[in-house]
Design a protein around this ligand. Structure first.
Ligand SMILES: O=C(O)c1ccc[n+]([C@@H]2O[C@H](COP(=O)([O-])O)[C@@H](O)[C@H]2O)c1
Ligand SMILES: Cc1cc2nc[nH]c2cc1C
Length: 331
């Protein structure tokens, strides 16, 4: 990191003129243990899909079957994340960690159970189920890295999954339900008020202990949230940067940081999701999002859009001339 900072100071640009890209390039040098660090390519998106028992509480306007239908859409290449991934040259891998509807197709089959239990009634998962999903996330990260990926991007699909994301963010940050519960795919004021109460009720029922991340994931989390936590742990363990997408990924990132605080060093916040909990989570992690486009789609869409920004931050260290080499006068 010291070498990267010193190199940044000699490049042909005023110090600090690349804003957040400069500390990002320094951080990625530290992560890789070399300056300049490798370009973040090839890049691989992993979309973890799951369903949620809390859907029965009327927290999302969409039917649960949409999760499986969107998995088919990802596999056919027709979703937004596919279009964005083609734009930046990233691969897309889809993993079923907990979809309720039976499916066939070319996804990674790692279904732990067909949807979580309703967290307002009982723990969403057993500790063993949560652990299985975390381990799937680790395994997917390791497989993508051993296949050559030098940057991982988080993706998620799960109707109603912004509700457990809000509960996880409240549990790990101590924020109130009202500060982290948002409108998800788009709900009216009455449904939003109801969803905020559902999150508060689940937290009051389970009183999750933030020092026990597996317990938090099991009581108020989801299978894709747990898998995303593992995916981030796997990336960090291999010193590969992981671009965190929206609010679901941010809740998984909090779990990863609770398991192993050093993993934050591998995280890059791709964008600021419109979902309020995302900003609460990123602030808790000390991460500044690269993009702020008012997006709230998920699937990994915001992470994929941020990839060229991460690549550009690294490319500066590889290619930009120094004042000395280019014969440019210093101030
Ligand atoms: O990534 C985000 O910040 C984000 C914000 C709002 C919605 N989503 C996506 O929308 C779905 C969950 O929304 P909901 O309203 O059903 O909880 C799920 O498939 C997420 O990927 C994702
Ligand atoms: C259509 C649709 C696409 C999505 N992609 C991620 N979450 C989604 C939710 C819906 C409803």
């Amino acid at each position: 990191m010291a070498v990267a900072r010193e190199l940044q100071s000699r490049l042909t640009k005023p110090a600090g003129s690349l804003g957040d890209l400069e500390p990002l390039s320094v951080r990625l040098s530290g992560l890789a243990g070399v300056c300049p660090p490798p370009l973040p390519e090839p890049a691989a998106v992993a979309v973890f899909a799951g369903d949620h028992g809390v859907h029965a509480q009327g927290v999302s306007p969409w039917p649960q079957e949409v999760t499986a239908q969107m998995v088919a859409n990802f596999l056919a290449g027709g979703a937004v994340v596919n279009a964005f991934a083609r734009q930046v040259g990233a691969s897309v891998t889809v993993i079923d960690v907990g979809v309720a509807t039976p499916m066939s197709g070319d996804f990674v089959a790692a279904n732990v159970r067909r949807g979580t239990r309703d967290m307002t009634v009982e723990p969403a998962l057993t500790r063993d189920e949560a652990r299985a999903a975390v381990e799937t996330g680790i395994r997917i990260a390791e497989q993508l890295i051993s296949g050559g990926a030098r940057c991982l991007l988080t993706g998620d699909m799960g109707i109603a999954n912004t509700t457990p994301a809000a509960a996880l963010i409240a549990a790990f940050t101590g924020a109130r339900s009202a500060a982290v519960t948002g409108r998800g795919t788009g709900i009216d004021d009455a449904t939003h008020a109801h969803k905020t109460e559902i999150v508060a009720a689940a937290l009051a029922l389970h009183r999750p202990d933030p020092a026990d991340p597996l317990g938090v994931l099991a009581t108020v989390g989801g299978l894709e949230h747990a898998a995303l936590a593992g995916f981030i742990l796997g990336a960090a363990a291999h010193r590969v940067p992981v671009i965190v997408d929206g609010v679901i990924a941010a809740s998984g990132a909090l779990a990863a940081a609770a398991f192993a605080p050093d993993t934050v060093a591998a995280m890059v916040a791709g964008h600021r999701s419109a979902e309020p909990g995302a900003s609460v989570a990123l602030a808790h992690l000390g991460l500044t999002p690269l993009l702020d486009l008012g997006m709230r789609l998920g699937e990994g869409s915001g992470a994929v859009l941020a990839l060229p920004v991460v690549a550009a931050a690294v490319r500066v260290l590889h290619e930009v001339a120094t004042f000395d080499s280019a014969g440019v006068s210093e101030k």
